[in-house]
Write a protein that binds this ligand. Structure first.
Ligand code: SAM
Ligand code: SF4
Ligand code: SF4
Length: 371
């Protein structure tokens, strides 16, 4: 096996000041970036900590007991998150996804959900609020999350075989607990539930069919995600990526599929339905098929940095602006200005970039800005 070289890096210090433009940019809901893409989807990371050590995200060798996680004072408070979210929503955001690290590790997360659920889109509609979790604490928390106003959850699950799952989470966590969490979420009405499986060639590819069979006919939508070159610590190699086209072929050979229309513009998953009408699966081909053309997603890190792309190397420091006493109008202008300057399309350009180049510098970790 080739040796993995894991650089010890802390990219969090690398930020850009978020300036307030001289010409105010009022929040009209009509914001467009340099490629004409609107701002619709905001992913908020509420913690940089996690109780799992998935090797593709937080490898143990780097995220050990000495890893410098953010001190609590550096995290955005719930009030700060909600205040920023309100300005994003005024600029056109309709969907908020809470993520991390493991978002259910953030104390009293229900309080944040309640605050966000009170926001309204520019058309006066409630927001679509979802949360991505590893499912380990879901059985305990599903009811409270629903009561606070969460609509749906996405649960990450990389296999059904207990030994494979324990190996992938690398903390010996049993798969049965996550399956209980999924059942509890379904019972609490947090559906339709999505389950995300990151497929690594040679590690869990044999779990593709058992996973498809397990969730077929349950109303839960299983989505297969190509293993991505996010961050700088997972030792990513192209030969460990199993292209989505191959995932579809393997399932289709046993359980015939037909392609379905995308559910919404900017939707990352390609949808496939079982021919016998027993539900659908999705594939997210972040590596083999770029979908930057209509990417309408912004990411807010745990400490209030705005990232314009999953593969960005620098964030824009909204927390500094917030804590310097900026008005809501100033914050809206700053967000508008940053989005208007956005040109990111990493996946589309990946093919022409040297390996591990990102946008010229080391990329931010997925556990810091969320998926
Ligand atoms: N801890 C939560 C979880 O695992 O669902 C939320 C945060 S996690 C960073 C969000 C998603 O990113 C998960 O579905 C995870 O599988 C995915 N992810 C992390 N690293 C990845 C990688 N290198 N390639 C593809 N997906 C990845
Ligand atoms: Fe934790 Fe999610 Fe990353 Fe796994 S993918 S280490 S569960 S943050
Ligand atoms: Fe969006 Fe960046 Fe992903 Fe392209 S690479 S789809 S711009 S997050």
């Amino acid at each position: 096996m080739a040796e993995r070289i894991i650089p010890i890096v802390d990219r969090r210090a690398s930020t850009l000041a978020a300036g307030v433009p001289a010409q105010p940019i009022p929040a009209s809901g009509l914001l467009g970036d340099q490629l004409g893409r609107p701002l619709r989807d905001l992913r908020i990371s509420v913690t940089d900590r996690c109780n799992f050590r998935c090797s593709y995200c937080m490898p143990k060798e780097v995220f050990d007991k000495d890893y410098p996680y953010l001190p609590h004072a550096d995290l955005l408070s719930f009030e700060e998150i909600t205040r920023l979210a309100r300005q994003f929503v005024a600029h056109g955001v309709r969907k908020i996804r809470l993520t991390g690290g493991e978002p259910l590790l953030r104390k009293n997360i229900e309080v944040l959900i309640e605050q966000l659920a009170a926001l309204r889109t520019v058309d006066g509609e409630p927001l679509d609020i979802t949360l991505t979790t590893n499912g380990s604490l879901l059985a305990r928390k599903a009811q409270a999350l629903k009561a606070a106003g969460l609509q749906r959850v996405t649960v990450s699950l990389d296999g059904l075989d207990d030994a494979v799952f324990r190996q992938m989470n690398d903390v010996d966590f049993p798969v049965a607990e996550v399956l209980k969490g999924i059942d509890a979420a379904r019972a609490a009405g947090l559906g339709p539930i999505k389950v995300n499986m990151v497929v690594k060639r040679g590690t869990n590819e044999h779990e593709i069919l058992p996973m498809a069979r397990h969730f077929q006919g349950t109303g839960t939508v299983l989505r297969f995600i190509e293993y991505m070159d996010v961050g700088a610590t997972n030792g990513w190699r192209m030969d460990e990526v199993l292209p989505s086209a191959e995932v579809v072929q393997r399932i289709h050979a046993q359980l015939p599929l037909v392609q379905l229309d995308p559910s919404a513009p900017g939707e990352t998953a390609e949808r496939w339905g079982y021919k016998d009408g027993s539900g659908e699966i999705g594939v997210i081909s972040s590596v083999t098929q770029a979908f930057c053309g209509d990417c309408n997603r912004a990411r807010l890190s745990t400490e209030g940095q705005l990232y314009l792309c999953l593969f960005a190397s620098q964030g824009h420091d909204l927390k500094a602006l917030l804590r310097a006493g900026a008005s809501d109008a100033d914050i809206a202008s700053a967000i508008g200005h940053i989005w208007q300057g956005r040109k990111d399309q990493y996946s589309q350009l990946r093919a022409s970039l040297p390996a591990d180049s990102g946008s010229g510098a080391r990329r931010v970790e997925m556990s810091y800005i969320g998926g």
